[in-house]
Design a protein around this ligand. Structure first.
Ligand code: CMC
Length: 380
C-alpha cells in the first residue's frame, strides 16, 4: 500500500488524543473545575500554600504539619546556587531572554549535581532542588542585568515571598505575597499541556528529570504557551483608558485578531483560575490604591463576551497581578516556570512509575520513488 493511501487519521496538534493515564490533575472544561489529586483548586487557593501543593503533586496526598515543615526547610536549604552556576549566569549577555537563562541554568545544574540526575523515584531530590533553585536563578539574573549585587539568602521567607524578594529586592506586603502564592498554586499543574507533555516525552526515554525540565522550559517559552499574559498586559497599555476598551477591542475583533487572555482549548466556561486571580487583582489593586488594570479588564471581559461569547482565561489576570507587584514583563513566563516545575516533576515521577516510550507516528505524505542522482549530475 502506498503511504499516502493510508486510512490513518491525523489529529493535528494531538487534539483530543488521550496519551497517558494520570492521577495528578483533572480538568472539567464544561463545569469549569480544576482538581489537583482530587482537591478543588478553589479550596487549595483559599487554604493552602505553594509548598503544600508541591507536596500534594509529588506525593499524591496532603502533608501533615511535620511533613510540610520538613519540606519547607529542605526547600530553603536547596535555594543557594553552586558557585560555578552563579558565575555562569553572571557571564550571560544581560539582554538574554530570561527563559533562555533558565533553560541554560537548569541544564548546567544537572552537570554540576550529578547525584540527582538518575531517572527513577530518587528524582524527587531533583524536584526539590529545581523548585528551590529556579527563584534563585531568576533573581540572580534579574539583579545582574540591572547592575545590582546578588541578594543575601532569606531563609525566613516562604517560596512565594522569596521569589518576589529575589525579583524586586523588596519584601512584599501580606496581600502581595499571598497573591503571588495563589498565582503559583494556580499555575503548578494543568494536565497534559505542551510543556508537561514535552517533559513526559523526555522522561519516557529514561532520560533524567533535569533534561525533562530543560525540554519543558524550552516548550513553555513559546508565546502560544507561556507568553499570553505578557501580550494581555501589552494590550492594556495600548488601550490606556477604560473609555477606549470598546473601540480598541471591537476593532481588533473586526480584524479577526485574537484578544489574549480569552478563550481556552479545554474550558468552555470561565477558567476557574481566572475567577480566583481576578479577585486577587482587585485585592492587590485596592491595597495599592490602583484599580486601573482591574477596571480595564472588567470592561474588556464584558465587550469580548458580548462580541464573541468568550470567557477570560488565567492569562488575562496573571500578568496584571505580576505587573502590580513590580515584576518586569519578561519575567512573567519565568514565574510560570517557577511554579509549573512542581507539575513537570510530578508528571516525570508518574512517567517513571509506568514507563512506556512515547513515540507516535507520522502519516507520510512525501514521494516514494525518486531516483538518486549522483552529485556530479545535479547541475550547479
Ligand atoms: N480572541 C478572539 N477570538 C478568539 C479567541 C480570542 N482570544 N479565542 C478564540 N477565538 C475565536 C477564534 O477566532 C475562532 O473563531 P471563528 O470560529 O470565528 O474562526 C473561535 O473562537 C475558535 O477558536 P479556536 O482557536 O479554534 O479555539 P481553541 O479552543 O483552539 O482556542 C486558544 C484556544 C487558547 C488557542 C484561543 O482561545 C486563543 O488563541 N486565545 C488567546 C491566547 C490565550 O489567551 N492563550 C492562553 C490560554 S490559557 C493558558 C493555559 O491554560 O495555561
Amino acid at each position: 500500500m502506498s503511504p499516502t493511501a493510508s486510512t490513518q487519521v491525523v489529529e493535528r496538534g494531538l487534539q483530543d488524543i488521550v496519551a497517558v493515564e494520570s492521577h495528578i490533575t483533572f480538568i472539567d472544561g464544561q463545569g469549569g473545575r480544576l482538581l489537583y489529586e482530587g482537591y478543588d483548586i478553589r479550596d487549595l487557593a483559599e487554604q493552602s500554600t505553594f509548598e503544600e501543593v508541591a507536596y500534594l503533586l509529588w506525593y499524591g496526598r496532603l502533608p501533615t504539619a511535620t511533613q510540610l515543615d520538613d519540606l519547607r526547610q529542605r526547600l530553603v536549604g536547596l535555594r543557594p546556587l553552586p558557585e560555578p552556576l552563579a558565575r555562569l549566569i553572571d557571564s550571560l549577555p544581560t539582554d538574554s531572554n530570561p527563559m533562555d537563562v533558565l533553560r541554560t541554568a537548569v541544564s548546567a545544574l544537572a552537570m554540576l549535581e550529578r547525584a540527582e540526575t538518575q531517572p527513577g523515584p530518587s528524582s524527587i531530590g531533583g524536584a526539590l532542588r529545581l523548585t528551590a533553585a529556579l527563584p534563585s536563578m531568576i533573581g540572580r539574573f534579574q539583579r545582574r542585568r540591572v547592575g545590582l549585587a546578588p541578594l543575601k539568602e532569606r531563609p525566613d521567607l516562604n517560596n512565594a515571598e522569596n521569589l518576589l524578594y529575589q525579583i524586586t529586592g523588596r519584601e512584599g506586603s501580606e496581600a502581595e505575597n499571598r497573591a503571588l502564592d495563589v498565582a503559583l498554586i494556580l499555575h503548578a499543574d494543568h494536565e497534559l499541556n505542551a510543556s508537561t507533555f514535552a517533559a513526559r516525552v523526555t522522561a519516557s526515554t529514561l532520560s533524567d528529570l533535569y533534561s525533562a525540565v530543560t525540554s519543558a522550559i524550552g516548550t513553555l517559552k513559546g508565546p502560544l504557551h507561556g507568553g499570553a499574559n505578557e501580550r494581555a498586559v501589552e494590550l492594556l497599555a495600548e488601550i490606556g483608558e477604560v473609555s477606549r476598551v470598546e473601540e480598541v477591542v471591537t476593532a481588533k475583533l473586526a480584524r479577526h485578531e485574537r484578544v489574549m487572555g480569552f478563550g481556552h482549548r479545554v474550558y468552555k466556561v470561565e477558567d476557574p483560575r481566572a475567577t480566583i486571580l481576578r479577585a486577587w487583582l482587585h485585592r492587590v489593586g485596592e491595597s495599592a490604591g490602583n484599580l486601573h488594570s482591574y477596571e480595564l479588564l472588567e470592561r474588556m471581559k464584558e465587550v469580548v463576551h458580548r462580541e464573541k461569547g468568550l470567557y477570560p482565561n488565567v492569562d488575562l489576570y496573571s500578568g496584571s497581578v505580576y505587573a502590580l507587584l513590580g515584576v518586569p514583563k519578561d519575567l512573567f513566563t519565568p514565574i510560570f516556570a517557577a511554579s509549573r516545575v512542581a507539575g513537570w516533576a510530578a508528571h516525570v515521577l508518574e512517567e517513571y512509575q509506568d514507563l512506556r516510550l512515547i513515540r507516535p507516528s507520522a502519516l507520510y505524505v512525501g514521494p516514494t520513488d525518486l531516483r538518486y542522482v549522483p552529485i556530479a549530475e545535479r547541475g550547479s
